[in-house]
Structure formats: structure tokens, C-alpha cells
Design a protein around this ligand. Structure first.
Ligand SMILES: *[C@@H]1O[C@H](CO)[C@@H](O)[C@H](O)[C@H]1NC(C)=O
Ligand SMILES: *[C@@H]1O[C@H](CO)[C@@H](O)[C@H](O)[C@H]1NC(C)=O
Ligand SMILES: *[C@@H]1O[C@H](CO)[C@@H](O)[C@H](O)[C@H]1NC(C)=O
Ligand SMILES: [Zn+2]
Length: 488
């Protein structure tokens, strides 16, 4: 994921002072002040009430994940899930547009890893997305070299040749540690390794193994559990010889045709101007993908369903996109960007929800100070009743990154990690700057389940999904109803 910081050129008139912890921000023009409009409050409360009075999101998410299971791009399960979603949307009385997307098709096939020395043990392992299989369709047997970092690998480069390199790197945060999953295999291949095993990118494990996309490498690459990676390191430190047998059938088939699903509520005054938001339908092939990101896709659909039922039409068009291929290629995001590039200067904001649909507390925002002030006003005025009105520092998800890179204001729905919840150490009581306290990575439960078999619907509650739909509904509807597009 790329992040872009641009210097916003703000006209003198719009210059505002955003001071640390201050919620008294001078708004650019009087017309912006949402919290003073009684109609805006009535609409927001109607959206909140409607979202909290329906259990359809959870039911649909549970049905989809139970019935179709994992939805990797290129799989028939993804296509059947998309067909079902489309039919259900039509039953809701919504018009669905399909946008064709060519997606990669990676197939895991059968795979296993066995520790042969110093004892025999069947290992928990999952091949990394994009990996090749073991050569000639045969298992390979090799000695193991455990390294603790890229630097450590460099120091021991002579030892790496002909070995299975294990990257035993403890989780710091996702953005940092995921580099080992992405670039580890290629680095090991460069030193002549025959395979790469990466400690699962997670702060905690119960022999859980986490897959995910890797960069390009010509050697078979897989994830192992935290526990086993630690054990290999202990064995190596004692001078024990560690030998592993690895077998993988992973391969890549030709690209397949899939689609993004799009729902709209056409704007009443400025139908060509757009507020776009969404989540992704695809998941890894071992994960039901309830948290990542079935919940985000279902909640985006729910926003349109709720507004449609309430017959609430904002000034601008609201567009929900259920993307495909977020996990291994972002082709759905690229296709959306290509098909809608001509509309980017008419896009007020793009909002993604892909961090788990737990209890929402606001949005992270990338854009101008003037736009941020407006969002703070909306958050305080219309979302504080459900605690979802915080606006924090920048964040851009994969599915909207292409749009954001072109200067469109962007946001991510922020959710409380299920294991976090103590706000008393936030100097601002959770509001405004500084952002909501950084999640303690050691307590971050999202990454316990992310890209594993354990990403199932029980990790979410019906109330959390309703809460997310309420929050996303008020945010998107209110922004679509402003007097103007959000200032760049
Ligand atoms: C967006 O671009 C189109 C054509 O490129 C132009 O007609 C339109 O006025 C622009 N809109 C805004 C809001 O800048
Ligand atoms: C900000 O987040 C905290 C934590 O969830 C919440 O208690 C508070 O109400 C939120 N503020 C607003 C304006 O929604
Ligand atoms: C919350 O955090 C504060 C400050 O870090 C600490 O003193 C307090 O005991 C914590 N409360 C709970 C319920 O964990
Ligand atoms: Zn995701």
C-alpha cells in the first residue's frame, strides 16, 4: 500500500489553524456548518436508527461466508458469492452495475511440510500467494538456516546456499513486518536458498498460519507458525541440525474474468458529483474472509439499502463499490480507477472499509486542512452520538489508493480493535488530534485472524456491523449533501 502526502494549496481565505487537541476550528465558510442544520441531524438520526434496527448485514455475511467460504480471485466460489450478492441486491430493489475485471488466478494445490530432524513432526504451513511449487512436482528436502532479519541473512549469506531459509521475525506492526513476507523469498533466492519459510505475520498464534501475497521469487515460499519458527531458532542456537521436507503444488493459471459490483443512489442536484466508498469481496483461499473483508463489502451494500428504504436522496451521487482482487493484485481497484478516471475531479471523497468491521469510532483522512475541518464538523455534529465522529491522521487503503494518488480526498473507516478499549490515556478523550492512541500491536486481535482459517464470522457481532453501517451511512450521506465538493 502506498501513501501519498501532498502539499495542499489552500487559498488565504481558507487558511485555518488546526491546533493540537483543539476542537474549536474556524470553518472556511458559514455554509459548511453541518452541525447547525437541523435537517442534517434529522437525516443522520434516521440513518442511525434504520441501520441499528436491521440484522440483515450479519445474516448476509454469515450466509455468504458459511455457504461460499473462501473467495480467492479466479475461484468459482468468488463468482458464486458475487452472483448471490447481486441477486440479493436486486431483491432489495437496488440496481446493480457490474464492471468487468481481469484477475490473476493462483492455485495452491496440495502442500505439506515435515520436520525430519532433530525429530519428525508434521508442520502447520500455508504457501504464500503467488508462490511457485516445489521443482519437478516433487518434495524437496534441505537443511534449514534461521535468520532474524534481512541484515542477519546478509551476514550469513554463505550459509544460505542450498538451504531452506526461515525468517523468524517477531511482529512489530503489520506495515513493517509484512516486508519479510513480501521480500523475504526474493532475498533468500538471491543467496541461493532452495525455499523460504516466513514466520506468520501476526503478534500472537495458536499454531495459526497466515498466508498473504509475496513478491516475485522463483523458489517455493510458505508461512509457518510463530511457535515453529521460534522452535527452529532454538534448535539452531543449540547446534542441532534442522532438516525439513517441503512439498507444494502452487502454480498460476491464466487470468480470469471477474467483476466489481456497483450500487448507486443518484444525486438529486448534482448527479455527476460522487461520494464513493466500499470494501472487497475477495479473500484468501484458506479464509472465509468475514473480517477481511466480507464485513466491509456487506456494510457498504447496507448503506445503500438503508438509504434506499428511507428514500433519502443526497445532492450528490452515492456509489458503493464491492471490489474484487484486493488481496493479490488490486486489479479491481485499478479497473475502477481506469473506468472512472474522468470523474475524479467530481469525486468528493473515497472511503474504504477494510480494517475489520468492529466498533467504528471515526475515519482517518487524507486531504486538505479545509476538508478536514469540514469533516470534523460533520463528525462532532452528526456522529458523536454513536461515537463514530473522530477524524484522525491520514490513511489510504489499497482499493482506493489509485484514486487517492490523484489527489481525491480519501478516508478509511476506523474501528476499535476488539482487544483495545481503554481510552483514558488519550489526552483528547479520543477526539480530534492526536489520533486515537496507536493500537498496541501485541494486543491487536485483528492480526490474530487476518489471512487465516480463523477469519470467520463469529469474530464480528451483529451490533458491530450495524454500528459500522450507521457510521458509514452518516459519513457518506452527509458529505454527499454538502454545499460543494470537499475542497482539495
Ligand atoms: C472536471 O473536469 C471536467 C472536464 O475535464 C470539467 O468539465 C469540469 O468542470 C470539472 N469539474 C470540476 C468540479 O472541476
Ligand atoms: C471518538 O472515539 C471515542 C472512542 O471510541 C469515542 O468515545 C468518542 O465518542 C468519539 N468521538 C466522536 C466525536 O465521535
Ligand atoms: C486504562 O489505562 C490507564 C492509563 O494507561 C490505566 O491507568 C488504567 O488502569 C486502564 N484501565 C483499564 C480498565 O484497563
Ligand atoms: Zn482486506
Amino acid at each position: 500500500m502506498r501513501r501519498l502526502i501532498y502539499a495542499a494549496v489552500i487559498p488565504l481565505l481558507l487558511l485555518i489553524q488546526v491546533s493540537f487537541c483543539s476542537d474549536h476550528i474556524e470553518l472556511p465558510t458559514a455554509g459548511w456548518t453541518i452541525s447547525k442544520s437541523s435537517q442534517a441531524k434529522i437525516d443522520a438520526n434516521a440513518i442511525i436508527k434504520a441501520a441499528f434496527s436491521s440484522s440483515s448485514v450479519y445474516k448476509r455475511l454469515a450466509y455468504m461466508t458459511d455457504t461460499y467460504g473462501p473467495r480467492l480471485s479466479g475461484s468459482s466460489a468468488l463468482e458464486r458469492a458475487l452472483d448471490w450478492v447481486k441477486e440479493e441486491m436486486e431483491k432489495d430493489g437496488l440496481k446493480v452495475q457490474e464492471e468487468k475485471v481481469k484477475v490473476p488466478c493462483w492455485v495452491r494445490g496440495h502442500e505439506y511440510a515435515t520436520l525430519l530432524s532433530p525429530r519428525v513432526k508434521s508442520l502447520r504451513m500455508v504457501g504464500l500467494g503467488g508462490s511457485v511449487g516445489t521443482p519437478n512436482g516433487k518434495p524437496l528436502v534441505a537443511k534449514v538456516l534461521v535468520v532474524s532479519s534481512f541484515e542477519d541473512l546478509k551476514k550469513r549469506e554463505i550459509e544460505a546456499k542450498g538451504k531452506i531459509v526461515v525468517f523468524n521475525v517477531p511482529f512489530q506492526n503489520y506495515g513493517t513486518t509484512v516486508n519479510y513476507r513480501y521480500s523475504g523469498p526474493e532475498a533468500a533466492e538471491k543467496e541461493g536458498a532452495v525455499a523460504a519459510l516466513v514466520r506468520s505475520i501476526s503478534p500472537f498464534g495458536l499454531q495459526t498460519v497466515h498466508t498473504g501475497e509475496m513478491g516475485t521469487a522463483g523458489i517455493p515460499s510458505a508461512a509457518v507458525s510463530l511457535e515453529d519458527a521460534e522452535m527452529f531458532a532454538r534448535m539452531q542456537a543449540r547446534g542441532q541440525e534442522v532438516v525439513i521436507e517441503l512439498y507444494m503444488e502452487a502454480h498460476t493459471l491464466p487470468d480470469q474474468l471477474s467483476r466489481n459490483l456497483i450500487l448507486e443512489i443518484e444525486g438529486s442536484e448534482k448527479p455527476n458529483e460522487i461520494v464513493v466508498f466500499g470494501g472487497h469481496m475477495d479473500s484468501w483461499d484458506i479464509a472465509d474472509g468475514a473480517m477481511d473483508d466480507g464485513g466491509g463489502a456487506m456494510v457498504s451494500w447496507e448503506v445503500i439499502r438503508v438509504l434506499h428504504n428511507l428514500k433519502l436522496t443526497p445532492k450528490r451521487t452515492l456509489r458503493a463499490v464491492l471490489f474484487v482482487n484486493e488481496e493479490n493484485g488490486a486489479k479491481g481497484a485499478q479497473q475502477y480507477f481506469q473506468d472512472h478516471e474522468h470523474e475524479l475531479n467530481l469525486t468528493s471523497i473515497a472511503i474504504e472499509t477494510d480494517e475489520g468491521t468492529f466498533t467504528p469510532y471515526g475515519i482517518s483522512f487524507q486531504g486538505s486542512k479545509a476538508a478536514r475541518a469540514i469533516l470534523n464538523d460533520i463528525g462532532m455534529g452528526l456522529l458523536s452520538t454513536i461515537g463514530a465522529g473522530n477524524v484522525t491522521g491520514s490513511g489510504v487503503g489499497t482499493d482506493i489508493a489509485y484514486v487517492c494518488d490523484q489527489g481525491v480526498p480519501c478516508g478509511n473507516l476506523l474501528v476499535l480493535d476488539p482487544r483495545i478499549g481503554n481510552l483514558s490515556n488519550n489526552p483528547c478523550n479520543g477526539f480530534s488530534h492526536p489520533p486515537y492512541p496507536e493500537a498496541d500491536p501485541l494486543k491487536s486481535a485483528y492480526f490474530w485472524y487476518h489471512h487465516t482459517e480463523a477469519d470467520t464470522v463469529d469474530k464480528l457481532s451483529p451490533q458491530q456491523l450495524q454500528h459500522c453501517a450507521a457510521a458509514l451511512g452518516v459519513w457518506t450521506y452527509s458529505i454527499a449533501n454538502l454545499n460543494s465538493l470537499l475542497p482539495r
